[in-house]
Design a protein around this ligand. Sequence first.
Ligand code: AKG
Ligand code: FE2
Length: 374
Amino acid sequence: MGSLGDCVVAGVDMTDLYPLPFPDDLPTVDLQTVSIAKLLSKDEAEAQRIFSFCRDPGFFLLDLTDHPEGVALLQDAAECARLAKKLFKGLSIDRKREYKTRQGGGAGIFDMGYFTRDVLPNGDVKYNETMNFPVQDMFGYSRSADFALPAWLEAQDRDLVMRSMRRANIIGNIVLLGLEQSLGITDGKLRAAHRLEDPSGDFLRLLRYPGYDPAANADHLRFPAHKDAISLGLLFTWVGGLQLPAPDAERLAHEEISERSWRWARPVPGTAIVNMGDALELLTNGALTSGLHRVVRAPASQAPHDRYSVLLSLRPANTWPMTPLESPVIPPLTEAQKMGPVLTCAEWGPAKLKALGNRFTEREQKNELLHLKD
Ligand SMILES: O=C(O)CCC(=O)C(=O)O
Ligand SMILES: [Fe+2]
Protein backbone atom coordinates (compact mmCIF):
# COMPACT_ATOMS: atom_id res chain seq x y z
CA MET A 1 0.00 0.00 0.00
CA GLY A 2 2.39 2.71 -1.14
CA SER A 3 -0.37 4.97 -2.41
CA LEU A 4 -4.03 5.57 -1.84
CA GLY A 5 -6.15 3.57 -4.21
CA ASP A 6 -8.36 0.54 -4.52
CA CYS A 7 -7.56 -2.26 -2.17
CA VAL A 8 -9.06 -5.48 -3.48
CA VAL A 9 -7.41 -8.70 -2.30
CA ALA A 10 -8.55 -12.13 -3.54
CA GLY A 11 -11.79 -10.50 -4.67
CA VAL A 12 -12.43 -8.90 -1.25
CA ASP A 13 -12.85 -5.13 -1.56
CA MET A 14 -11.48 -3.35 1.52
CA THR A 15 -10.95 0.06 -0.08
CA ASP A 16 -13.28 1.77 2.41
CA LEU A 17 -11.29 0.37 5.37
CA TYR A 18 -7.98 1.97 4.41
CA PRO A 19 -8.50 5.75 4.77
CA LEU A 20 -4.82 6.60 4.06
CA PRO A 21 -1.67 4.56 3.42
CA PHE A 22 0.52 3.61 6.36
CA PRO A 23 3.47 6.07 6.44
CA ASP A 24 6.63 4.72 4.79
CA ASP A 25 9.14 6.26 7.15
CA LEU A 26 8.31 4.60 10.47
CA PRO A 27 10.24 1.82 12.22
CA THR A 28 8.20 -1.36 11.77
CA VAL A 29 8.51 -4.99 12.81
CA ASP A 30 9.15 -7.38 9.99
CA LEU A 31 6.49 -10.03 10.61
CA GLN A 32 6.82 -13.21 8.54
CA THR A 33 3.95 -14.59 6.47
CA VAL A 34 2.64 -18.15 6.77
CA SER A 35 0.50 -19.99 4.20
CA ILE A 36 -2.72 -21.78 5.22
CA ALA A 37 -2.52 -24.05 2.17
CA LYS A 38 0.98 -25.19 3.13
CA LEU A 39 -0.02 -25.84 6.75
CA LEU A 40 -2.99 -27.91 5.57
CA SER A 41 -0.78 -29.98 3.28
CA LYS A 42 1.45 -30.64 6.31
CA ASP A 43 4.42 -28.97 4.67
CA GLU A 44 7.27 -29.68 7.12
CA ALA A 45 9.17 -26.45 6.38
CA GLU A 46 6.03 -24.35 6.97
CA ALA A 47 5.33 -26.15 10.26
CA GLN A 48 8.89 -25.40 11.39
CA ARG A 49 8.56 -21.73 10.36
CA ILE A 50 5.35 -21.27 12.34
CA PHE A 51 6.95 -22.97 15.33
CA SER A 52 9.89 -20.59 15.24
CA PHE A 53 7.61 -17.50 14.93
CA CYS A 54 5.44 -18.74 17.81
CA ARG A 55 8.58 -19.08 19.91
CA ASP A 56 9.79 -15.65 19.01
CA PRO A 57 8.26 -13.08 18.68
CA GLY A 58 4.92 -14.84 19.30
CA PHE A 59 3.45 -13.13 16.22
CA PHE A 60 3.18 -13.82 12.51
CA LEU A 61 1.03 -12.90 9.53
CA LEU A 62 -1.33 -15.54 8.19
CA ASP A 63 -1.99 -15.21 4.47
CA LEU A 64 -5.71 -15.86 4.13
CA THR A 65 -5.80 -15.62 0.36
CA ASP A 66 -4.55 -19.11 -0.53
CA HIS A 67 -7.52 -21.07 0.84
CA PRO A 68 -11.29 -20.54 0.30
CA GLU A 69 -12.03 -20.64 4.06
CA GLY A 70 -9.35 -17.99 4.57
CA VAL A 71 -10.83 -15.72 1.90
CA ALA A 72 -14.27 -16.20 3.45
CA LEU A 73 -12.91 -15.17 6.86
CA LEU A 74 -11.21 -12.14 5.32
CA GLN A 75 -14.54 -11.10 3.80
CA ASP A 76 -16.38 -11.60 7.09
CA ALA A 77 -13.73 -9.74 9.10
CA ALA A 78 -14.09 -6.75 6.74
CA GLU A 79 -17.86 -6.92 7.25
CA CYS A 80 -17.32 -7.05 11.03
CA ALA A 81 -15.26 -3.83 10.80
CA ARG A 82 -18.17 -2.19 8.98
CA LEU A 83 -20.53 -3.52 11.64
CA ALA A 84 -18.22 -2.04 14.29
CA LYS A 85 -18.42 1.34 12.58
CA LYS A 86 -22.21 1.14 12.34
CA LEU A 87 -22.65 0.25 16.02
CA PHE A 88 -19.91 2.36 17.65
CA LYS A 89 -20.68 5.49 15.62
CA GLY A 90 -24.42 5.04 15.21
CA LEU A 91 -25.49 4.38 18.80
CA SER A 92 -25.29 6.65 21.85
CA ILE A 93 -23.11 5.60 24.79
CA ASP A 94 -26.23 4.85 26.81
CA ARG A 95 -27.63 2.54 24.16
CA LYS A 96 -24.28 0.80 23.75
CA ARG A 97 -24.13 0.28 27.51
CA GLU A 98 -27.42 -1.60 27.32
CA TYR A 99 -25.23 -4.48 26.18
CA LYS A 100 -24.00 -5.48 29.64
CA THR A 101 -20.56 -6.85 30.45
CA ARG A 102 -20.09 -9.83 32.71
CA GLN A 103 -17.16 -11.35 34.54
CA GLY A 104 -18.64 -14.12 36.60
CA GLY A 105 -20.72 -15.78 33.93
CA GLY A 106 -19.59 -18.16 31.23
CA ALA A 107 -15.84 -18.65 31.32
CA GLY A 108 -15.43 -16.05 34.06
CA ILE A 109 -13.67 -13.57 31.80
CA PHE A 110 -14.51 -10.41 29.91
CA ASP A 111 -16.27 -12.03 26.96
CA MET A 112 -19.55 -10.17 26.67
CA GLY A 113 -20.89 -6.66 26.44
CA TYR A 114 -19.86 -3.11 25.61
CA PHE A 115 -17.10 -1.43 27.55
CA THR A 116 -15.25 1.87 27.58
CA ARG A 117 -13.27 3.36 30.43
CA ASP A 118 -13.62 7.09 29.89
CA VAL A 119 -16.06 9.28 28.01
CA LEU A 120 -15.06 12.83 27.01
CA PRO A 121 -17.32 15.85 27.60
CA ASN A 122 -18.14 15.84 23.86
CA GLY A 123 -19.61 12.36 24.23
CA ASP A 124 -16.85 10.49 22.38
CA VAL A 125 -14.73 7.89 24.11
CA LYS A 126 -11.25 8.83 25.30
CA TYR A 127 -9.07 5.83 24.46
CA ASN A 128 -11.06 3.00 22.95
CA GLU A 129 -14.36 1.19 23.10
CA THR A 130 -14.89 -2.54 22.82
CA MET A 131 -17.73 -4.93 22.24
CA ASN A 132 -17.43 -8.64 22.96
CA PHE A 133 -19.55 -11.54 21.79
CA PRO A 134 -19.22 -14.92 23.56
CA VAL A 135 -19.06 -18.03 21.36
CA GLN A 136 -20.42 -20.54 23.88
CA ASP A 137 -23.64 -18.65 24.61
CA MET A 138 -24.31 -17.48 21.06
CA PHE A 139 -24.15 -21.03 19.72
CA GLY A 140 -25.95 -22.39 22.79
CA TYR A 141 -23.12 -24.78 23.75
CA SER A 142 -23.42 -23.41 27.26
CA ARG A 143 -25.79 -20.58 27.99
CA SER A 144 -25.59 -18.79 31.31
CA ALA A 145 -28.49 -16.92 32.84
CA ASP A 146 -26.71 -13.59 32.40
CA PHE A 147 -26.40 -13.98 28.62
CA ALA A 148 -28.40 -11.50 26.57
CA LEU A 149 -27.71 -9.88 23.24
CA PRO A 150 -28.71 -6.23 22.88
CA ALA A 151 -32.00 -5.41 21.18
CA TRP A 152 -30.14 -3.26 18.64
CA LEU A 153 -28.16 -6.17 17.20
CA GLU A 154 -29.96 -7.13 14.00
CA ALA A 155 -30.41 -10.79 13.04
CA GLN A 156 -28.16 -10.48 9.99
CA ASP A 157 -25.41 -8.92 12.12
CA ARG A 158 -25.70 -11.70 14.71
CA ASP A 159 -25.39 -14.21 11.84
CA LEU A 160 -22.25 -12.43 10.60
CA VAL A 161 -20.70 -12.57 14.07
CA MET A 162 -21.46 -16.29 14.42
CA ARG A 163 -20.23 -17.08 10.90
CA SER A 164 -16.96 -15.25 11.65
CA MET A 165 -16.56 -17.21 14.91
CA ARG A 166 -17.05 -20.53 13.16
CA ARG A 167 -14.56 -19.63 10.45
CA ALA A 168 -11.98 -18.31 12.91
CA ASN A 169 -12.14 -21.61 14.77
CA ILE A 170 -11.48 -23.50 11.52
CA ILE A 171 -8.53 -21.27 10.60
CA GLY A 172 -7.19 -21.28 14.17
CA ASN A 173 -7.25 -25.06 14.16
CA ILE A 174 -5.16 -25.08 10.96
CA VAL A 175 -2.55 -23.06 12.87
CA LEU A 176 -2.81 -25.54 15.76
CA LEU A 177 -2.36 -28.43 13.31
CA GLY A 178 0.94 -26.89 12.17
CA LEU A 179 1.97 -26.43 15.80
CA GLU A 180 1.10 -30.04 16.66
CA GLN A 181 3.27 -31.16 13.76
CA SER A 182 6.27 -29.08 14.82
CA LEU A 183 5.82 -29.84 18.53
CA GLY A 184 5.57 -33.57 17.81
CA ILE A 185 2.10 -33.78 19.43
CA THR A 186 0.71 -36.92 17.81
CA ASP A 187 -2.53 -37.40 19.77
CA GLY A 188 -4.26 -34.28 18.45
CA LYS A 189 -4.54 -32.85 21.99
CA LEU A 190 -3.87 -29.25 21.02
CA ARG A 191 -6.80 -29.22 18.63
CA ALA A 192 -8.90 -31.28 21.06
CA ALA A 193 -8.52 -28.43 23.56
CA HIS A 194 -9.96 -25.94 21.05
CA ARG A 195 -13.13 -27.44 19.59
CA LEU A 196 -15.76 -24.85 18.74
CA GLU A 197 -18.51 -26.90 20.38
CA ASP A 198 -16.81 -27.35 23.76
CA PRO A 199 -17.83 -24.48 26.08
CA SER A 200 -14.94 -22.02 26.33
CA GLY A 201 -14.17 -18.35 26.74
CA ASP A 202 -13.78 -17.85 22.96
CA PHE A 203 -15.03 -14.46 21.85
CA LEU A 204 -15.23 -12.05 18.95
CA ARG A 205 -14.17 -8.54 19.90
CA LEU A 206 -14.84 -5.33 17.98
CA LEU A 207 -12.70 -2.32 18.88
CA ARG A 208 -12.77 1.33 17.95
CA TYR A 209 -10.00 3.84 18.68
CA PRO A 210 -11.26 7.36 17.93
CA GLY A 211 -9.27 9.57 15.62
CA TYR A 212 -6.75 11.63 17.52
CA ASP A 213 -7.44 15.23 18.50
CA PRO A 214 -4.28 16.66 20.09
CA ALA A 215 -6.24 19.47 21.75
CA ALA A 216 -8.51 17.08 23.60
CA ASN A 217 -6.11 14.43 24.83
CA ALA A 218 -2.35 14.42 25.19
CA ASP A 219 -2.02 10.75 26.08
CA HIS A 220 -1.09 8.72 23.02
CA LEU A 221 -1.40 5.32 24.65
CA ARG A 222 -4.62 3.57 23.68
CA PHE A 223 -4.19 0.06 25.12
CA PRO A 224 -1.22 -0.49 27.48
CA ALA A 225 1.38 -3.21 26.93
CA HIS A 226 -0.05 -6.65 27.62
CA LYS A 227 -0.22 -10.27 26.56
CA ASP A 228 -3.56 -11.88 25.82
CA ALA A 229 -5.11 -14.46 28.18
CA ILE A 230 -6.04 -16.64 25.21
CA SER A 231 -4.46 -19.43 23.16
CA LEU A 232 -4.22 -17.55 19.92
CA GLY A 233 -5.77 -14.48 18.42
CA LEU A 234 -6.59 -13.63 14.82
CA LEU A 235 -6.43 -9.85 14.62
CA PHE A 236 -7.71 -7.79 11.70
CA THR A 237 -6.77 -4.15 11.46
CA TRP A 238 -6.54 -1.62 8.64
CA VAL A 239 -5.03 1.47 10.25
CA GLY A 240 -1.72 1.71 12.17
CA GLY A 241 -1.60 1.74 15.98
CA LEU A 242 -0.56 -1.76 17.00
CA GLN A 243 3.02 -1.94 18.26
CA LEU A 244 5.25 -4.92 19.03
CA PRO A 245 8.72 -5.18 20.58
CA ALA A 246 11.77 -4.91 18.31
CA PRO A 247 13.70 -8.21 17.97
CA ASP A 248 16.42 -6.83 20.25
CA ALA A 249 14.02 -5.06 22.61
CA GLU A 250 15.42 -3.92 25.92
CA ARG A 251 13.44 -5.80 28.59
CA LEU A 252 12.92 -3.71 31.71
CA ALA A 253 10.58 -5.77 33.84
CA HIS A 254 7.72 -8.20 33.53
CA GLU A 255 5.82 -7.20 30.37
CA GLU A 256 7.76 -3.96 30.15
CA ILE A 257 10.26 -2.85 27.51
CA SER A 258 12.00 0.48 26.95
CA GLU A 259 10.07 3.11 25.01
CA ARG A 260 12.57 3.07 22.11
CA SER A 261 12.09 -0.71 21.68
CA TRP A 262 8.52 -0.43 20.35
CA ARG A 263 7.94 -0.94 16.60
CA TRP A 264 4.86 -0.36 14.44
CA ALA A 265 2.99 -3.33 12.95
CA ARG A 266 2.10 -2.31 9.40
CA PRO A 267 -1.35 -3.59 8.36
CA VAL A 268 -0.91 -5.98 5.40
CA PRO A 269 -4.01 -6.48 3.22
CA GLY A 270 -5.12 -10.12 2.90
CA THR A 271 -3.54 -11.27 6.15
CA ALA A 272 -4.54 -11.78 9.76
CA ILE A 273 -2.07 -10.95 12.51
CA VAL A 274 -1.81 -14.11 14.60
CA ASN A 275 -0.63 -13.74 18.16
CA MET A 276 0.22 -16.36 20.71
CA GLY A 277 -1.42 -15.91 24.08
CA ASP A 278 -0.62 -16.98 27.61
CA ALA A 279 -2.63 -20.21 27.38
CA LEU A 280 -0.37 -21.69 24.67
CA GLU A 281 2.72 -20.58 26.57
CA LEU A 282 1.39 -22.50 29.57
CA LEU A 283 0.26 -25.59 27.63
CA THR A 284 3.75 -25.79 26.05
CA ASN A 285 5.59 -24.87 29.29
CA GLY A 286 7.30 -21.97 27.55
CA ALA A 287 8.21 -23.72 24.27
CA LEU A 288 5.90 -21.14 22.64
CA THR A 289 5.91 -17.52 23.79
CA SER A 290 2.97 -15.23 24.35
CA GLY A 291 3.44 -12.04 22.30
CA LEU A 292 3.71 -8.68 24.07
CA HIS A 293 1.87 -5.81 22.35
CA ARG A 294 0.23 -2.44 22.88
CA VAL A 295 -1.84 0.05 20.90
CA VAL A 296 -0.98 3.73 20.47
CA ARG A 297 -2.79 6.39 18.48
CA ALA A 298 -2.57 6.02 14.70
CA PRO A 299 0.66 7.39 13.20
CA ALA A 300 1.14 10.76 11.49
CA SER A 301 -1.35 11.36 8.67
CA GLN A 302 -3.56 8.48 9.80
CA ALA A 303 -4.02 10.02 13.26
CA PRO A 304 -7.31 11.86 12.63
CA HIS A 305 -8.96 8.66 11.39
CA ASP A 306 -10.87 6.26 13.59
CA ARG A 307 -9.15 2.90 13.85
CA TYR A 308 -11.18 -0.30 13.97
CA SER A 309 -10.01 -3.79 14.75
CA VAL A 310 -11.62 -7.18 14.90
CA LEU A 311 -10.15 -9.80 17.22
CA LEU A 312 -11.18 -13.45 17.11
CA SER A 313 -9.85 -15.58 19.92
CA LEU A 314 -9.33 -19.26 20.55
CA ARG A 315 -9.13 -20.38 24.17
CA PRO A 316 -8.95 -23.87 25.70
CA ALA A 317 -12.26 -25.43 26.76
CA ASN A 318 -13.45 -24.29 30.20
CA THR A 319 -12.72 -27.69 31.76
CA TRP A 320 -9.31 -28.14 30.11
CA PRO A 321 -6.49 -28.73 32.65
CA MET A 322 -3.94 -25.95 32.30
CA THR A 323 -0.81 -28.11 32.43
CA PRO A 324 1.78 -28.85 29.70
CA LEU A 325 0.91 -31.29 26.90
CA GLU A 326 2.95 -34.41 26.07
CA SER A 327 5.60 -33.59 23.49
CA PRO A 328 9.31 -34.22 22.93
CA VAL A 329 9.79 -30.45 22.52
CA ILE A 330 7.87 -29.33 25.63
CA PRO A 331 10.04 -29.22 28.76
CA PRO A 332 8.67 -31.28 31.66
CA LEU A 333 7.45 -29.46 34.76
CA THR A 334 10.11 -28.70 37.34
CA GLU A 335 9.60 -29.89 40.92
CA ALA A 336 8.68 -26.33 41.93
CA GLN A 337 6.13 -26.06 39.10
CA LYS A 338 4.59 -29.37 40.18
CA MET A 339 3.80 -27.90 43.61
CA GLY A 340 1.02 -25.62 42.36
CA PRO A 341 -2.52 -26.88 41.74
CA VAL A 342 -3.58 -27.61 38.13
CA LEU A 343 -6.34 -25.15 37.31
CA THR A 344 -9.00 -25.64 34.68
CA CYS A 345 -9.03 -22.97 32.00
CA ALA A 346 -12.16 -21.39 33.51
CA GLU A 347 -10.33 -21.08 36.86
CA TRP A 348 -7.11 -19.80 35.28
CA GLY A 349 -8.63 -17.06 33.04
CA PRO A 350 -10.03 -14.70 35.71
CA ALA A 351 -6.71 -14.54 37.60
CA LYS A 352 -4.91 -13.50 34.40
CA LEU A 353 -7.47 -10.83 33.66
CA LYS A 354 -7.41 -9.42 37.15
CA ALA A 355 -3.68 -8.81 36.78
CA LEU A 356 -4.28 -6.87 33.52
CA GLY A 357 -7.05 -4.83 35.14
CA ASN A 358 -4.68 -3.90 37.97
CA ARG A 359 -2.14 -2.66 35.44
CA PHE A 360 -4.69 -0.28 33.87
CA THR A 361 -5.64 1.06 37.30
CA GLU A 362 -2.02 1.45 38.36
CA ARG A 363 -1.28 3.51 35.25
CA GLU A 364 -4.22 5.78 35.99
CA GLN A 365 -3.19 6.23 39.60
CA LYS A 366 0.35 7.15 38.58
CA ASN A 367 -1.12 9.47 35.95
CA GLU A 368 1.32 8.16 33.34
CA LEU A 369 1.13 9.85 29.94
CA LEU A 370 2.73 8.75 26.70
CA HIS A 371 3.60 11.36 24.11
CA LEU A 372 4.98 10.09 20.79
CA LYS A 373 6.91 12.09 18.23
CA ASP A 374 6.35 11.17 14.58
O1 AKG B 1 -6.79 -3.35 18.47
C1 AKG B 1 -5.73 -3.97 18.39
O2 AKG B 1 -4.97 -3.85 17.42
C2 AKG B 1 -5.31 -4.90 19.50
C3 AKG B 1 -6.34 -5.13 20.55
C4 AKG B 1 -5.81 -5.99 21.66
O3 AKG B 1 -4.64 -6.12 21.86
C5 AKG B 1 -6.75 -6.75 22.52
O4 AKG B 1 -7.97 -6.55 22.43
O5 AKG B 1 -6.26 -7.58 23.32
FE1 FE2 C 1 -4.23 -7.84 23.06
